[in-house]
Design a protein around this ligand. Structure first.
Ligand code: PDD
Length: 281
């Protein structure tokens, strides 16, 4: 008989729920999405589902019906009755005894939560401090994989320094993105952010921030920033589903602009929020 131990308790492995053998736990072998609603309407649902399908195929997880995922999201969201909700879900490859090579006949596991979105008004009003951290992630950051250990270490390092986000820097000294956000700089009349390569997540908020930037007359430059360029920018900001747009007012201890979210950050936020009221669910 195979024995397992959970905390202090010995149990026959055969009696365990399959979820204890989830490849997501053993290997981070799964992909996820985070979306949100504004005032009872899910924002950019189809874009998130499309990215999710891309993540699934990127890690060769098959047999997931995206229409079924959509209907589960809508059902759970309706049941939760939360106006400003954060919807998290993941699919892992399935459960099996630990082996790097997966069994061909696995059934993917699905997990979803709907929760009240944390209020970030204070961050938006005052702006946040960020600190840099080496980008220790793998080479397919375009896949929204459950493997987030490098992000977790970077974000916790930043939090320990009193910062709201870690900004990841690659081996060439170039900024890729935040540990959980896209990263932008405003220099004069340009809005600059890293180009979409395998090194960063194709952030949905990034796309909308770029659209907002061109709507307000900024020139968009998709080119990686060095740490020095970022530190010398007029404005810095991060963008993510859960935070939308938040100004960065300190970068590795250096004050950006006058230490408050800048003029363009405020305009971008306004323009971005206009998309969230006009987008159909
Ligand atoms: N993360 N880059 C990384 C590494 C991220 O984890 C995220 C979002 C983003 C922004 O992507 P989007 O605009 O599509 O949310 C960029 C989510 C919110 C999370 O992991 O909780």
């Amino acid at each position: 008989m195979q024995i397992a131990m959970i905390q202090d308790k010995i149990v026959p492995a055969s009696e365990l729920e399959p979820v204890y053998f989830d490849r997501g736990t053993f290997f981070g072998d799964g992909v996820y999405e985070v979306m949100r609603s504004y005032n009872g309407r899910i924002f950019a649902l189809e874009e998130h589902l499309q990215r999710f399908a891309g993540s699934l195929s990127g890690v060769k997880i098959t047999g997931v019906d995206i229409d079924l995922v959509r209907s589960r999201i809508l059902r759970a969201f309706d049941a939760a009755r939360i106006g400003d909700a954060k919807i998290y879900f993941h699919v892992t490859r399935g459960s099996q005894p630990r082996d790097r090579v997966w069994n061909a006949d696995l059934q993917p596991n699905f997990f979803l939560t709907v929760s009240e979105l944390a209020d970030n008004t204070e961050n938006k009003t005052k702006g946040i401090a960020v600190s840099t951290h080496p980008d220790w992630r793998w080479k397919r950051c375009d896949i929204k994989s459950l493997n987030l250990l490098a992000n977790v270490l970077a974000a916790t390092d930043a939090a320990g320094k009193g910062c709201g986000e870690a900004i990841l820097v690659d081996e060439h000294g170039l900024i890729t993105e935040g540990a959980g956000s896209a990263f932008f700089a405003v220099l004069g009349q340009t809005l600059q952010t890293a180009p979409l390569t395998a090194n960063i997540l194709p952030s949905i908020t990034r796309e909308y921030a770029i659209k907002a930037g061109s709507n307000i007359g900024l020139e968009i430059v998709e080119k990686s920033l060095t740490v020095e360029q970022a530190a010398g920018s007029d404005e810095l900001l991060i963008a993510s589903t859960t935070q939308d747009i938040v100004g960065v007012v300190r970068f590795d201890g250096k004050t950006i602009g006058d230490g408050k979210p800048g003029k363009y950050t405020r305009l971008l936020t306004q323009e971005f929020l206009s998309f969230t009221v006009s987008t159909p669910r």
